[in-house]
Structure formats: structure tokens, C-alpha cells
Design a binder for this molecule. Structure first.
Ligand SMILES: Nc1ncnc2c1ncn2[C@@H]1O[C@H](COP(=O)(O)OP(=O)(O)O)[C@@H](O)[C@H]1O
Ligand SMILES: [Mg+2]
Length: 372
């Protein structure tokens, strides 16, 4: 059981307003990822939750129980919160073996010897480091130390697990394996996890929900799918997705039935049910189309409804091919499954699904038309 509520949290370091009126609820059983570029306040948020930082304003509730109230200067001691943290720098005890590092918290709780051993070996096995149990931290690589730190955190079956960039030191292959392990761990233990990363792939692949930060403010809290399909503003759209989403500039105006929007690919009409409810400017206004590379399908033969384009360059990379195209004087990137090679300057024909486009108000940057 662990439900975390951050209510109107402000955190300053001197004049630096790092968390700005932060409101976020993490439901029991969530795998909530705090995502955003470096310096946007993710670690600070985690440190506030764990009790390592005191906010100047706001309240923090764990399972409805108030642990911080800045107004009345109430702070419950971190030790009483039943949390477990794994930080980017993992602070293992240098004079203890891997086994003892992981066992330490369990021994303090005076668990039976056999029970400790079982828990420790289970955690080490899950992190695939059981054969390292007798080594000391200085005999391990950074990635191995990171896995020991995760094993230590999960060994005690915490009700809440806080992980700060725990996979940052792992190589690409191991990172994929560990993502799978963490995801299973979350399901098997039913623990609430709060996970910090600047890596949008980690966030998309593991989380039940993602809180996207932009300079101390939350710009969007959503499921990975919703965040990917409908980023709420241009900054969020730019941050989520690799390769990056295509931005095509155009113009739009309201119509009685909804919205009409034009870019180099054509003019598209949208019903009111496609619109987000964001205020639509009067008259013609500048807009930005957001089109995911995998939504741009390439055909080599013309057909009614297809949009003509020229191949600027193609990059076949085994399982997928990236193709840079020029259509209506605008450049856009297409991602095709499989190995396909196109000639430079080859004429091709794009199959597009306008319902899947995101359309933003250029001036405010806000989403006005959903992808459906
Ligand atoms: N102990 C501290 N003292 C002063 N400034 C800090 C401290 N911790 C973090 N900051 C500042 O707060 C901002 C957010 O930092 P942080 O939460 O670590 O970002 P993130 O984890 O998203 O990279 C940064 O500008 C950072 O320099
Ligand atoms: Mg950080």
C-alpha cells in the first residue's frame, strides 16, 4: 500500500525556484516515472518524497497520512516512512561484501538467518549478480554496483521504491534486460515505484504513468501511450519519441464543423470531436503539425489520395529504414519497417492518415487537435 500525494510543493535552493507549485498524485501500485531533461527537478522531487529535502511550501501525504506540512513546519523523520531509495550514485558500504550490503537492512530487522539468505540470494539472482556475492564494491564495475544497489533496495520488500536513474551505468544490452526485470519485479511485488530518468525510452517502456517535467513544472501526467500519441505541447512532443516527431508549419482556421488546417502535405478538415477544447484563435492563425515518422508510409506507385514526395536520403539500418523526404517544400522523416533502399531524388508517394496528426497552436505551443 502506498499512495503519494504532493500538494502545492515549492522548493527553492537560495533564489533558484526548483519546484514550482508541484501537484502530483502517485497511486498505489503505480510505476510512475519522473521524466525530463537534466536539471528540471526530478531528483529534488524524489528527495522531497524521501525526506532528504524540505520544501518551503506545500504538503506531502503517504497513504493519506501527512508526513510534511510546510505551513505548520511538520516533518516526519525519513526513517519512519518505510521507503527505499536507490540513487544515481549508489553509496554501497565499501567494507562489506555484496552479500552483506544487501543483507544489512534485513539483519537489522532481526530476520532469521535462513530467511535473510533466501531474500538476499533472490534479489541478487533477479539482478543477475548472484556470482558476485563475495566481492567488495571496489571489485565491481559501475553497472554491477548499480545492480547491487537495486538488489539491496528490493531485498527488504519495501512498500515504496524510489529509483533515481538506476540503469544509467549499464551498457545497452543489459539496460534492456534490466528494464524487463524491473517491470516484472513491479508486477510480482506490487510495489509502488517512483522512477527518475531523462531517458524517454525507459519511461515509455516501463511506466504505468509518466510525469513529464519542464523546468520545475509538470507539463503532462499521462500513460506512456497517451503521452506518445498526444503530447500536450510542442516541448513535450519534441521530447518524446525517437526518431523525433516531424514538425510541419502551416495555417489553420476554425470552421462551423471544426477546424481546417493546411501544410505542405495538403489541407485537412477536422470535426469538433477531434479538438482538445483549447481555445482556437479568431481568423487564420499559424499552426504546427506533429507527425510521427512511423505514420508516414512510402509507396513507390502513385494512387488516388497519396501525396507526392522526393527522397532526399534513405538510411537502411537492418530492422528499419529512415527516409528523409521533401514534400511541398517541407522536409520530413519517415520510418519504415524492414530493409528498403530508395534512390536519392526518387519520386515516392506518401500514404498519410490525417486523423493521426497532432496540430498545435504555434503561438501558445498547445495541442488543439488530438490524434485519434
Ligand atoms: N543541494 C542543492 N543545492 C543547490 N542547488 C541544487 C541542489 N540540488 C539541486 N539543485 C539545483 O536544482 C535544480 C534541479 O536539480 P535536480 O533536481 O537534481 O534536477 P534533475 O534530477 O532533474 O537533473 C538544478 O538547477 C540544480 O542545480
Ligand atoms: Mg537527477
Amino acid at each position: 500500500m502506498s499512495r503519494i500525494e504532493l500538494i502545492h510543493i515549492d522548493k527553492y535552493f537560495g533564489d533558484n525556484h526548483v519546484l514550482k507549485d508541484l501537484n502530483l498524485t502517485i497511486e498505489d501500485g503505480d510505476f510512475m516515472t519522473l521524466l525530463g531533461p537534466s536539471g528540471c527537478g526530478k531528483t529534488t522531487t524524489l528527495r522531497v518524497i524521501s525526506g532528504l529535502e524540505k520544501p518551503q511550501n506545500g504538503r506531502l501525504l503517504i497513504d493519506g497520512h501527512e508526513v510534511i506540512n510546510a505551513d505548520t513546519a511538520y516533518f516526519e523523520e525519513p526513517g519512519k516512512r518505510g521507503l527505499n531509495l536507490v540513487f544515481q550514485s549508489y553509496a554501497l558500504w565499501p567494507h562489506m561484501t555484496v552479500y552483506d550490503n544487501v543483507a544489512f537492512g534485513l539483519k537489522i530487522r532481526k530476520l532469521h538467518h535462513a530467511e535473510v539468505e533466501e531474500q538476499v540470494m533472490k534479489s541478487l539472482t533477479l539482478m543477475r549478480i548472484q556470482e558476485l556475492s563475495k566481492r567488495y564494491p571496489n571489485e565491481l564495475s559501475g553497472g554491477q554496483q548499480q545492480r547491487v544497489a537495486i538488489a539491496r533496495a528490493i531485498a527488504s520488500n519495501p512498500k515504496l521504491l524510489l529509483l533515481d536513474e538506476p540503469l544509467s551505468n549499464l551498457d545497452a544490452k543489459l539496460r534492456i534486460d534490466m528494464r524487463a526485470e524491473l517491470k516484472r519485479l513491479h508486477r510480482d511485488m506490487g510495489t509502488t515505484i517512483i522512477y527518475v530518468t531523462h531517458d524517454q525510452v525507459e519511461a515509455l517502456t516501463m511506466s504505468t504513468r509518466i510525469a513529464l517535467f519542464k523546468a520545475g513544472v509538470l507539463s503532462q501526467v499521462d500513460t506512456p501511450m497517451a503521452l506518445y500519441m498526444n503530447p500536450i505541447d510542442l516541448t513535450a512532443a519534441d521530447f518524446i519519441g525517437n526518431p523525433r516527431i516531424n514538425f510541419l508549419h502551416g495555417t489553420a482556421h476554425a470552421e462551423s464543423a471544426g477546424l481546417s488546417a493546411t501544410c505542405g502535405l495538403g489541407t485537412f478538415a477536422y470535426k469538433k470531436s477531434h479538438l482538445t477544447g483549447e481555445e482556437i484563435p479568431k481568423g487564420e492563425f499559424s499552426c504546427v503539425f506533429g507527425i510521427r515518422p512511423e505514420q508516414v508510409l512510402i509507396e513507390t506507385q502513385p494512387e488516388e489520395g497519396l501525396v507526392e514526395a522526393d527522397v532526399y536520403a534513405s538510411q537502411p539500418a537492418g530492422s528499419e529504414t529512415l527516409v528523409t523526404l521533401i514534400a511541398g517544400k517541407q522536409e520530413l522523416l519517415s520510418k519504415q519497417l524492414g530493409l528498403i533502399d530508395y534512390e536519392m531524388n526518387q519520386k515516392v508517394y506518401l500514404r498519410l492518415n490525417p486523423d493521426k496528426f497532432n496540430i498545435y497552436n504555434k503561438e501558445t505551443g498547445n495541442l488543439i487537435k488530438y490524434a485519434v
